[in-house]
Ligand binder design. Structure first.
Ligand SMILES: *Cc1c(COP(=O)(O)O)cnc(C)c1O
Ligand SMILES: *[C@@H]1O[C@H](CO)[C@@H](O)[C@H](O)[C@H]1NC(C)=O
Length: 436
């Protein structure tokens, strides 16, 4: 088994931890009146420390609450007509949302964060950067909702030209993108890890090619499946990162939300205008839930990976399983690429039931016999989920598109949670044995 942490990284971690301690000491002495509520934003603190502290500063509040209050208010008192204090109106701004936005930016090591009412609202906000007559190059392996948006709405309603380029495990992605570029190309869109085939996006190579070819093309990565804990697309050359907060970042399957992170001030300003003008903002309560969930992102991701590796190895050795596709396994065609881009692999994997022992009902009976692992859409929560993309992607894309993508009747997707690993393996084993 490989290890994701080299001794070099370990040394780097020790240095970061030391910087963190110094920074923590410093904030204990910051009590100035003007210090804004947004709190402490250390540049070099470790991921876990940032996840727990960024956006929250107890010293800003009279009572020193360790956890940020939820500002359940739709409007704010002004000092004089046209002289609001920090915020004017709940859709335009809210302190709880502002804290979440700072946190999102910090987790992805970006400058600007924006929070939305769903991952899909974040996607449409970014897609809106391309206007009529513009051209978008989109991987044909993107999230179903993204596919549907570009295929139906952007194309039909807004006359945006969209090229879905065919991506397989061994595709030279930068070359495919380069071939699809036209004079009116404005945006390139990939998922950091694709659904459901688990294709890894070669972000640095695509970014380098775009920089050489036309640096005005906006490179977007939906990194929901990987999480900001394991990879930072902005540091690899992406211009915009999107997350469905519904998944790993909140991690407890009790909020629907979305986030956008970027380093470009101009893009941020356009997206901010769209956020408050289209109005798909998250509620203060949901923001608070996500802030709470994100505090444990590091420990959760580490456990998701440990469990996923054990489950993937178990499935790989099972005679009723034909193939397992998990980027953390050596058998993944892009394992070396994943290792070079990420510090670990999340809980997302697929496996194919052994077609020589299965029939059309096999996947259904396998999935309905699961008890701990729930049969359901979504991913990234502490609880394990399983689904059958062949039947459950119905809303998103046609059967022929699914077949073209390589989504077959025996392909099962797992979002491995952080339950006791042995109970997951016991359950999968039991349900597989029931197949014959
Ligand atoms: C779930 C998901 C979305 C959409 O997010 P919602 O919060 O459900 O609107 C977008 N991209 C990916 C990769 C997702 O998994
Ligand atoms: C699939 O099942 C058949 C019949 O039991 C078996 O011979 C074959 O080895 C299995 N395939 C894998 C990949 O385990």
């Amino acid at each position: 088994m490989f290890s994701w942490t080299s001794s070099h990284q370990f040394h780097k971690m020790k240095v970061l931890a030391a910087i963190c301690l110094v920074a923590l000491n410093l904030i204990n002495h910051v009590t100035s009146e003007d210090d804004d509520h947004k709190g402490w934003q250390p540049k070099d603190a470790s991921f876990a420390t940032r996840a727990i502290h960024v956006g929250e500063n107890p010293d800003y509040y009279r009572f020193g609450p360790v956890v940020l209050p939820i500002y359940m208010t739709s409007t704010y008192k002004e000092d004089a007509p046209g002289k609001p204090r920090t915020y004017k109106y709940g859709r335009d701004g809210n302190p709880t949302r502002a804290s979440l936005e700072l946190l999102l930016a910090s987790l992805d090591e970006g400058k600007y964060g924006l929070a939305f009412a769903s991952g899909t609202a974040a996607i449409t906000a970014v897609a809106e950067l391309v206007h009529t007559g513009g051209h978008v190059i989109c991987s044909n392996q993107v999230y179903g909702g993204t596919y549907r948006y570009f295929d139906l709405l952007a194309h039909t309603n807004h006359k945006v030209e969209v090229s879905f380029i065919p991506i397989k495990y061994d595709t030279n992605q930068a070359e495919e993108v380069r071939k699809a570029i036209k004079p009116n190309t404005k945006m390139v869109w990939f998922d950091g890890l694709s659904n459901p085939l688990m294709i890894v996006c070669d972000i640095p190579r695509i970014a380098a090619m775009l920089k050489k070819t036309n640096k005005d093309i906006i490179f977007v990565i939906d990194n929901t499946f990987v999480s900001p804990y394991f990879s930072k697309p902005l540091n690899m050359g992406a211009d915009i990162v999107i997350h469905s907060l519904t998944k790993y970042i909140n991690g407890h399957s009790d909020v629907v939300g979305g986030g956008i992170i970027t380093n470009h001030r101009e893009l941020y300003e356009k997206l901010k205008l769209y956020q408050i003008t289209a109005g798909a903002v998250p509620s203060p309560f949901d923001c608070s839930q996500v802030i709470r969930g994100a505090k444990t992102l590091e420990v959760r991701m580490q456990q998701h990976m440990k469990n996923a590796l054990k489950v993937a190895k178990f499935l790989e050795g099972h005679k009723y399983v034909e193939r397992v596709v998990y980027p953390g396994l050596k058998s993944h065609p892009q394992h070396e690429l994943a290792k070079s881009l990420w510090s670990g692999s999340s809980g997302m994997m697929i496996f194919y039931l052994n077609s020589s022992i299965t029939n059309e009902q096999s996947a259904d009976s396998f999935l309905t016999s699961l008890r701990i692992i729930a049969l359901g859409m979504s991913l990234g929560g502490v609880e394990s989920l399983a689904e059958l993309p062949f039947k459950m992607l119905d809303d998103w894309m046609s059967q022929s598109h699914r077949y073209n993508m390589g989504v077959t009747e025996n392909l099962i997707r797992l979002s491995v949670g952080i339950e006791w690993d042995a109970s997951l393996i016991w359950e999968l084993d039991n349900s597989l044995e029931k197949l014959v």
